[in-house]
Design a protein around this ligand. Structure first.
Ligand code: FES
Ligand SMILES: [Fe+2]
Length: 367
């Protein structure tokens, strides 16, 4: 299993998913209830377990900006402080649940998993096209029953497009063309590029751009460990090159964004989005790209579900055999391992109450 990298930002949801209904998601094993405040529209994230009998708060209801537990009515404010208990006036002092730092940016809701004092919103990587009117974006989220490391592997090595997504986005040139990989250790970013000078145009691009014939196809991956994966895709008829100043008006650009958010040891949220800078108002293209890309994503989902089930039957310490195409994926694994180690040595979460019975745990809520 790939260990979790704590003290990091993770995408919890698209902004559009969070409103005046409680949404429960489990992130790095932590159950969290999300909702949008009525007073200022900010997203609130609270530990999704009532202090009374651990009932999920996400199964309760909102009363203005407060969450009312659906079991016996303990009521919490946006900071997680319990402000009402039934049957008595005094609210026990220790009655509170953790609240998590949240930032909404680029249409994504990011949550900080770790010591809240270390949460730095400026460290969140950007995907500006997701909320830029010059781009049209389709997207979704698919849960996968697999170790999140398998999804990182999958996205870092696109040679699988030729085999797993043949007839959709894969063509022979993807697997044939070598990649160049660079690693920015300090920033925790892996870049893997594959530039195909003369390639078949797969249906994904032929039908969305209208290009007939062969293309130059550039795939430039940027993985901002642990969560955000960007694939800058440039498509143009063969012979169309970027301008001298780096401007590139005659090419078609697609920004493919993934957020890889570990849920449990054996499940991951696969957020995906496809943004384009052409045919922005063409509803047919929008529908096509949504449905087609979701089909491609589901091919990966099915493959990773299958792979995880197969790995579960392997003896411990099973061997792998890596080749050149795995350079990006191996670099990503190294950076993740470093982030895991750094996150594990950081201070414990101040906002998380200790587990009941643990040293320093609050007395049980009575009285
Ligand atoms: S479990 Fe929440 S009020 Fe009892
Ligand atoms: Fe894939």
């Amino acid at each position: 299993m790939t260990a979790f990298a704590r003290n990091q930002w993770y995408v919890a949801a698209y902004g559009r998913e969070i409103g005046r209904e409680l949404l429960g998601r489990t992130i790095l094993g932590e159950p969290i209830a999300f909702y949008r405040s009525e007073s200022d529209g900010a997203v609130v994230a609270l530990h999704d377990r009532c202090v009374h009998r651990r009932y999920p708060l996400s199964a309760g209801r909102l009363d203005g900006d407060r969450v009312v537990c659906g079991y016996h009515g303990f009521t919490y404010d946006t900071t997680g402080t319990c402000v009402f208990v039934p049957g008595q006036k005094r609210v026990p002092r220790t009655a509170r649940v953790a609240s998590y730092p949240v930032v909404e940016q680029d249409s994504l809701v990011w949550v900080w998993i770790g010591d809240p004092k270390s949460a730095d919103p400026t460290a969140i990587p950007r995907a500006p096209w997701l909320a830029d009117p010059r781009w049209t974006t389709v997207g979704g989220m698919e849960p996968i029953d697999a170790d999140y490391g398998l999804l990182v592997d999958n996205l870092m090595d696109l040679s699988h497009e030729t085999y797993l997504h043949g007839g959709y986005i894969g063509t022979p040139e993807v697997a044939e063309t070598p990649i160049t990989t660079t690693v920015d250790e300090g920033a925790g970013v892996v870049r893997a590029s594959r530039h195909m000078a003369d390639a078949e145009c797969p249906p994904f691009y032929a039908r969305s751009t209208g290009i007939e014939g062969r293309i130059t196809r550039w795939q430039d991956i940027e993985y901002h460990a642990p969560c955000l994966y960007l694939l800058h895709s440039r498509i143009a008829p063969v012979g169309v090159l970027p301008g001298p100043d780096g401007d590139d008006p005659d090419a078609f650009h697609v920004e493919i964004t993934y957020a890889i958010t570990p849920s449990t040891e054996r499940s991951v949220y696969d957020f995906w989005a496809v943004s384009r800078d052409f045919a922005q108002d063409d509803e047919d293209v929008t529908t096509f790209l949504h449905d087609f890309n979701r089909t491609v994503v589901m091919q990966d989902v099915d493959a990773l579900n299958l792979l995880q089930r197969a790995l579960d039957t392997e003896p411990e310490g099973y061997q792998e055999l890596s080749i050149n195409i795995d350079t990006g994926g191996l670099a990503a694994r190294r950076i993740l391992a470093r982030l895991v180690a750094e996150g594990a040595t950081a201070a414990p979460d101040a906002a998380r109450p200790a587990a009941p019975g643990a040293p320093g745990a609050p007395a049980s809520v009575t009285g």
